[in-house]
Design a protein around this ligand. Structure first.
Ligand SMILES: *[C@@H]1O[C@H](CO)[C@@H](O)[C@H](O)[C@H]1NC(C)=O
Ligand SMILES: *[C@@H]1O[C@H](CO)[C@@H](O)[C@H](O)[C@H]1NC(C)=O
Ligand SMILES: *[C@@H]1O[C@H](CO)[C@@H](O)[C@H](O)[C@H]1NC(C)=O
Ligand SMILES: *[C@@H]1O[C@H](CO)[C@@H](O)[C@H](O)[C@H]1NC(C)=O
Ligand SMILES: *[C@@H]1O[C@H](CO)[C@@H](O)[C@H](O)[C@H]1NC(C)=O
Ligand SMILES: *[C@@H]1O[C@H](CO)[C@@H](O)[C@H](O)[C@H]1NC(C)=O
Ligand SMILES: *[C@@H]1O[C@H](CO)[C@@H](O)[C@H](O)[C@H]1NC(C)=O
Ligand SMILES: *[C@@H]1O[C@H](CO)[C@@H](O)[C@H](O)[C@H]1NC(C)=O
Ligand SMILES: *[C@@H]1O[C@H](CO)[C@@H](O)[C@H](O)[C@H]1NC(C)=O
Length: 888
C-alpha cells in the first residue's frame, strides 16, 4: 500500500475530506503526509469563507500536550471548547453546556440578552459515540473531538464536499499537498507569546516494537510514521491520554483482534471506560438507541467508537446511571409515578401519552388565560414578562371590549381596572365596582339591555360574562388582579391586542406593538400600549436589604421539594413565581407578609387553573384570610344557590361555569343575606321588583304579602270577577296594558308602570264586554260599538271582519264621484274639494275631449237665487249619444 492509499484509509472516508490533529501535535492535513508540530501557540487549523460567511477552527495546546482551547467560528457564532465545557457565544447570547458524558446535553442559558431565533439553527452539537460533534447546518462541515482529563486528545474536521474556495490553516488545501514548514508558518497566530520547538528524535522502544508487530498487516514504508511516533511520544512517555490516539489509529488499520490485544498491552492504553451498563465498542452506533429514540434516523446510525448498550437493549435516558433495559421496559415519570410505555395520563387541560420516556401531550384544552398580577403579565399564549413602568396600559382590546389597567403610585399593584363595553363602562377599584358611574353593591342579573353579567363569586372575586363572549375574573382584594379568558375568535378579523397579546397560540409573535412590528424587548412592547398617566419605573431590584433577605427566605417555600406546593411542581415550574415573589415583597408598598401571601396565592391559583388542588397552603404559610361576619373561607367558593335572592327564582349564576376561586362566602346550606351575613333560609329577606322585604308579613302596593324562606307570596284579595285573577306587582313587572283585546294592534307604551289588581289570566284578554277570552275570541270595536269575532261591518267600498281583536278588511276599488252642491261647492273625482261661484253654464264632465266625438256630457248651469248673492239652483243638462235628458 502506498502512503497515498494509507492516507485515504486513515481518513476512513471516501467522498469526504478530513483533517485531524491528535496526540501531542500530529497533524494529518487534507492532502499530503502527516507531520508533527510541538507548540503552545495558537494555530488556525482551518479557515475559509463561503458565501460571505466565515468559518474557522483555531487550536491551542497546553504544556500537557493536549488541546486546551479550541475555537470554532461559524458565521459570527463562536463555540469555545475549554476545560471540558462548550460555550456558544454570539454578539447576542451565550449558552453553556455542563460537562459530562451525558447523552443529553444540558444547556444553561447565561447572560441572555436577546435571542435571535436563527443563531441556534446554525449548528447542532451532539454526542457522537465517545466523541462530541458540532455540525453546521450552513455547510456540510463538522468538527468532532474527544475529551479527556486535561483537554482534547483527538479532533477532526470533516468537509463532505469540495469547496469552491481555498482553505488555509494547518489542514492545508483540499486537493494540493502543502509543505509542513510553510503550513506551520502561515497558520500561526502571532498575538500570543508562545514557543514552537523543533521536533526531538529519540528512539522509543514502544514505537519500535509497535511498528515491528504491525508491519505484516500494513505493508507501507513505515519509517516516516515511526518517526512521527517518536516525536509524538517524546516527553509524554507516561501520559497515555496523550500518545494513545496515535497507536489506536494505526492499530485500527490492521483489524485483527491479535493486534488489538497486543498494542493495548504494549502501550498500556486502556479501552475507554463506559459509564453504567454501557459497553465499549470499536465500531458501534454513533447515536445509541434509547428509550426516547429507540431507532435513531439512518443519518445518526454511522459506526464509530462508542459506548453502547448490549444487543437488544436501549439506554434508559429517563433515569440516571446509564442503565440499559429492554425497550418494552421503558417508562415515563410524572410526579414521582412511573407510567408504562403507551400509558395515558390525563389532567384537566391535557392528556399525555408515554412514548418511551417522553410525554407527548395534546394541545391545551382549557381556556387560554391572560393573567395580570400587578406588573407580572402572562399573555394568552403563555409568554410571561414584567411591565417596566407604573402607567395606565391597554390590557386587552377586542372587537367589542377594551380593558385598561391603571397602576398605583405607591406600590407594585393596580389601582383600578376600566372595562368598556358598547354603551357600558365598568370600573373596578379596590373592593368597589362602578357601573356607568353608579356604585353597585348588590349584584344581580342586569336587564337585558346590559352587555355584562357581573357577580361576586367570593368575597374577593367577581366574574364578568359579556354577551360578546368575553369572560374574566377579577380579584378586588387584597390586590386587584385580572384573569381574562381568551375569547373565541370567530372571524379572522376579530383582532385581539394589548398587553395580553394576540391570542393566536403562538408565543413567538406576542410582542406585537400597536404598529404591528415585533420589538424584541418588553420595554418597547409595553411602551406601545401605554395609555398615559405614568408614575415612575417599576423597580427590578430590592432596595432594602432586610426585605430582600426576608423575601428570599419566605418565597423559598414555593420551591421546597417536600413542601405544601410540591404537589404542583410537576405541573408548573416554580421559577417564575419565585422570581416574581421577591420583588413583590421588596417593593410592595404594603406589609411584607401580605405581599408574600399574594405571591404564594399567585402560584396556587395557577395550579388551581390546571386542576391541581394544593391543599390548605394558607394555614401552612400563615396566610389565613379573615372573613367578615359569619362567612367562611374556601379554596373553591361557589355562589350558585347560595344567596337569598336565589331562593325566589332561577339563579343565573348556576348557568355559568365558574372556575374555582378562593375567598369568603356562605357555607353550603346558608344564604347570603342583607349586610353580607349568611342566614338560614328562614331568615332570608325577600327581594322583589322594586324593593326588599324582611321576613314576615308586609304590605306591598296595597297588597298583603308574606316573606318566607326568601320567597314573597302575596294574598289574592282583589275579589276578582269574570274569571280574572289577581296580579301583584311585587312579583315582578307585568305589562297590564297587554292584557286587553283593546291593545291589540296598537303601539305599546312600555313605560306603563305596574298596578296591582284584577287581570285576565295568562294567554287570555279582557274583551270589550269585560270578559276574559282567548285571543281567537277577542272582540273588535267600530264607531264605539263592540263586535264579536267573525262579525262584519261594511263601510263605503270596504267589508271588514273582526278577527283576533283586529279588523281584517277586503278592499274593492271605490267608483270615483264628482259632486256639486250648495253655494258652488265642488268635489272632483279625485276627491279634491273646491269652491267657486260663477253664474254660467259649466261642463261638469264629458268624454268628448279634443277632436274626439264624445258619448256623453253633463253640464250644470248655475243660476243666482236669494238676492243674487248666492248661487244655488241649477239647470242640469245630461247629454248622451242617443237621448237628451233634462232635469230641473
Ligand atoms: C499527564 O498529563 C496530566 C494532565 O495534563 C498531568 O497531570 C500529568 O502530570 C501528566 N503525567 C506525566 C507523567 O507527565
Ligand atoms: C464557484 O465559483 C465560481 C467563480 O468563483 C462560480 O462561477 C461558481 O458558480 C461557483 N460554484 C459554486 C457551486 O458555488
Ligand atoms: C519558551 O521556552 C523557553 C525555553 O524553553 C522558556 O523559558 C519560556 O518560558 C517559554 N515560553 C513560553 C511562553 O512558554
Ligand atoms: C522509506 O521512506 C524513507 C523516507 O521517508 C526513504 O528514505 C526510504 O528510502 C523509503 N524506503 C523504502 C523501502 O521505500
Ligand atoms: C475487519 O475484519 C472483519 C473480519 O475479520 C471483517 O468482517 C470486517 O469487515 C473488517 N473491517 C474492516 C474495517 O476492514
Ligand atoms: C422488565 O419489566 C418486567 C416487568 O415489570 C420485569 O419483570 C423485568 O425484570 C424488567 N426487566 C428489566 C431488565 O428491567
Ligand atoms: C368557544 O369555543 C369553544 C370550543 O371551540 C366552545 O365550546 C364554546 O362554546 C365557544 N364559546 C363561545 C362563546 O362561542
Ligand atoms: C408564529 O409566529 C411567527 C412569527 O410571525 C411565525 O414565523 C411562525 O411560523 C408562527 N408559528 C406558528 C406555529 O404559527
Ligand atoms: C339551584 O336551585 C334550583 C332550584 O332549587 C335547582 O333547580 C337547581 O338544580 C340548583 N342548582 C344547583 C347547581 O344546585
Amino acid at each position: 500500500m502506498t502512503t497515498q492509499r494509507w492516507i485515504l484509509a486513515f481518513c476512513f472516508s471516501l467522498a469526504t475530506y478530513t483533517c485531524r490533529t491528535f496526540g501531542s501535535g500530529i497533524v494529518q492535513p487534507f492532502k499530503g503526509e502527516s507531520y508533527y508540530v510541538r507548540s503552545d501557540c495558537q494555530f488556525i487549523l482551518i479557515g475559509f469563507t463561503v458565501n460571505g460567511k466565515e468559518y474557522s477552527v483555531t487550536i491551542r495546546r497546553g504544556h500537557n500536550g493536549l488541546l486546551v482551547q479550541v475555537e470554532i467560528i461559524i458565521n459570527k457564532v463562536t463555540t469555545l471548547l475549554q476545560n471540558g465545557h462548550v460555550v456558544v457565544k454570539s454578539a447576542l447570547f451565550e449558552l453553556r453546556q455542563k460537562t459530562g458524558l451525558g447523552h443529553r446535553h444540558q444547556w444553561r442559558r447565561q447572560r441572555l440578552k436577546v435571542t435571535h431565533p436563527c443563531n441556534r439553527k446554525y449548528q447542532h452539537i451532539f454526542k457522537y459515540g465517545i466523541y462530541n460533534r458540532l455540525k453546521s447546518s450552513l455547510l456540510p462541515f463538522s468538527v468532532t473531538w474527544h475529551n479527556v482529563h486535561g483537554g482534547i486528545n483527538s479532533l477532526w474536521v470533516t468537509l463532505e464536499s469540495e469547496l469552491n474556495t481555498t482553505t488555509s490553516g494547518l489542514c492545508g488545501k483540499q486537493n494540493i499537498a502543502g509543505h509542513r514548514d510553510e503550513l506551520i508558518r502561515d497558520s500561526k497566530l502571532h498575538d500570543h507569546k508562545c514557543n514552537t520547538s523543533s521536533p526531538v528524535l529519540q528512539k522509543n522502544d514502544i514505537c519500535r516494537q509497535f511498528f515491528q508487530e504491525i508491519k505484516d498487516c500494513v505493508q507501507y514504508n513505515n519509517s516516516h510514521y515511526q518517526r512521527l511516533c517518536e516525536e509524538n511520544i517524546f516527553g509524554f512517555e507516561n501520559n497515555q491520554s496523550v500518545f494513545c490516539p496515535f497507536f489506536k489509529e494505526f492499530a485500527s488499520q490492521c483489524n485483527q483482534s491479535r493486534i488489538n490485544r497486543f498494542w493495548r498491552r504494549l502501550t498500556k492504553c486502556a479501552k475507554p471506560r463506559c459509564p453504567g451498563d454501557l459497553i465499549y465498542r470499536e465500531n458501534g452506533p454513533a447515536v445509541i438507541p434509547s428509550c426516547s429514540n429507540p431507532k435513531p434516523l439512518p443519518f445518526y446510525q454511522e459506526l464509530t467508537e462508542t459506548c453502547a448498550c448490549p444487543e437488544g437493549k436501549v439506554l434508559n435516558n429517563g433515569a440516571k446511571g446509564y442503565r440499559c433495559i429492554p425497550w418494552s421496559n421503558c417508562s415515563c415519570e410524572f410526579a414521582g409515578k412511573s407510567y408504562r410505555n403507551g400509558e395515558i395520563r390525563r389532567s384537566k387541560c391535557h392528556s399525555c401519552t408515554c412514548h418511551g420516556v417522553v410525554w407527548r401531550c395534546s394541545e391545551n384544552f382549557c381556556h387560554r388565560r391572560c393573567v395580570i398580577e400587578g406588573p407580572f403579565v402572562t399573555t394568552f399564549d403563555g409568554k410571561k414578562y414584567v411591565l417596566p413602568y407604573k402607567c395606565a396600559y391597554l390590557a386587552s382590546k377586542g372587537p367589542s371590549w377594551r380593558i385598561r389597567i391603571h397602576f398605583s403610585r405607591k406600590g407594585l399593584y393596580l389601582r383600578k381596572v376600566v372595562v368598556r363595553l358598547p354603551g357600558e363602562l365598568i370600573v373596578f377599584r379596590k373592593n368597589k365596582v362602578l357601573w356607568n358611574w353608579q356604585e353597585i353593591t348588590q349584584f344581580h342579573q342586569f336587564q337585558e339591555t346590559c352587555n355584562a353579567k357581573i357577580y361576586w363569586v367570593s368575597s374577593t372575586f367577581l366574574q364578568v360574562h359579556t354577551t360578546s363572549g368575553l369572560f374574566f375574573q377579577i380579584q378586588l382584594s387584597p390586590e386587584i388582579q385580572l384573569f381574562i379568558d381568551a375569547p373565541n375568535q370567530s372571524k379572522s378579523d376579530d383582532k385581539i391586542e394589548g398587553l395580553c397579546g394576540n391570542s393566536n397560540r403562538n408565543t413567538t409573535d406576542d410582542f406585537t406593538t400597536e404598529t404591528g412590528f415585533f420589538p424584541n424587548s418588553v420595554q418597547l412592547f409595553a411602551l406601545s400600549w401605554i395609555m398615559g398617566n405614568c408614575q415612575g419605573n417599576i423597580p427590578t431590584t430590592c432596595t432594602k436589604r432586610e426585605n430582600e433577605n426576608y423575601a428570599h427566605e419566605k418565597c423559598a417555600v414555593l420551591n421546597q421539594p417536600t413542601g405544601i406546593f410540591a404537589k404542583c411542581h410537576p405541573h408548573i415550574p416554580t421559577d417564575y413565581y419565585y422570581t416574581a415573589c421577591i420583588p413583590r415583597i421588596c417593593n410592595t408598598g404594603r406589609s411584607r407578609r401580605e405581599a408574600l401571601c399574594i405571591g404564594l396565592a399567585s402560584y396556587a391559583k395557577a395550579c388551581d387553573g390546571l386542576g391541581v388542588v394544593i391543599g390548605d397552603w394558607r394555614r401552612n404559610t400563615g396566610c389565613n384570610l379573615k372573613c367578615q361576619k359569619n362567612q367562611e373561607f374556601s379554596y373553591n367558593m361557589h355562589t350558585c344557590n347560595r344567596t337569598c335572592t336565589s331562593l325566589s327564582g332561577h339563579d343565573f349564576r348556576c348557568d355559568m361555569d365558574d372556575d374555582p376561586v378562593e375567598g369568603c362566602g356562605c357555607p353550603e346550606g346558608t344564604y347570603l343575606n342583607q349586610g353580607q351575613t349568611c342566614s338560614p333560609k328562614k331568615e332570608c329577606a325577600c327581594t322583589y321588583y322594586g324593593g326588599i322585604a324582611d321576613p314576615g308579613p308586609v304590605v306591598i302596593s296595597r297588597q298583603k304579602c308574606n316573606c318566607e324562606n326568601g320567597v314573597l307570596s302575596c294574598l289574592p284579595d282583589c275579589d276578582c270577577k269574570n274569571g280574572k285573577v289577581c296580579v301583584s306587582c311585587s312579583e315582578g313587572p307585568v305589562n297590564i296594558v297587554k292584557k286587553t283585546c283593546d291593545h291589540i294592534g296598537k303601539p305599546l307604551d312600555t313605560s306603563e308602570t305596574c298596578e296591582s289588581g284584577c287581570y285576565c289570566p295568562d294567554h287570555q284578554y279582557e274583551d270589550h264586554f269585560g270578559n276574559c277570552v282567548s285571543l281567537d275570541e277577542c272582540t273588535c270595536v267600530f264607531s264605539g260599538k263592540a263586535f264579536r269575532t267573525g262579525q262584519q261591518v261594511n263601510s263605503r267600498c270596504k267589508t271588514c271582519t273582526c278577527y283576533r281583536g283586529m279588523w281584517q278588511c277586503t278592499e274593492k276599488p271605490c267608483p270615483g264621484q264628482c259632486q256639486v252642491y250648495g253655494d258652488g261647492h265642488y268635489q272632483t273625482f279625485d276627491s279634491k274639494w273646491y269652491r267657486f261661484s260663477g253664474q254660467c253654464l259649466y261642463t261638469l264632465v264629458q268624454d268628448s275631449c279634443g277632436n274626439k266625438k264624445g258619448t256623453f256630457s253633463v253640464r250644470v248651469e248655475s243660476v243666482p237665487c236669494n238676492q243674487n248673492t248666492l248661487t244655488c239652483s241649477r239647470n242640469i243638462i245630461l247629454k248622451l249619444q242617443v237621448h237628451f235628458f233634462y232635469a230641473d
